[in-house]
Design a protein around this ligand. Sequence first.
Ligand SMILES: [Zn+2]
Length: 82
Amino acid sequence: MYKFLPTGKNIRRMQTQPTSAEWLLKDPRTRKWMQQCAGCQRWGSRHDAPSDFFGRAHLEKYFEALKVDERGICEQCRTVLS
Ligand SMILES: [Zn+2]
């Protein structure tokens, strides 16, 4: 006979929400407002992202705004390279 009452362990597994930074990268709705520096490979939110879009709160929680130049290099790398 099977028991369908979930244990505490099962409940925790079921409630796992996709709130990680990885999830933001996988979801095209947030991915399109993110960009990666070609130098340090850091990910950040685009500075021209609209003030309201799906997942914005999450994006701001996990990523800083990343400003890259036309070569795709962030300000931090530009300082190092120059
Ligand atoms: Zn960089």
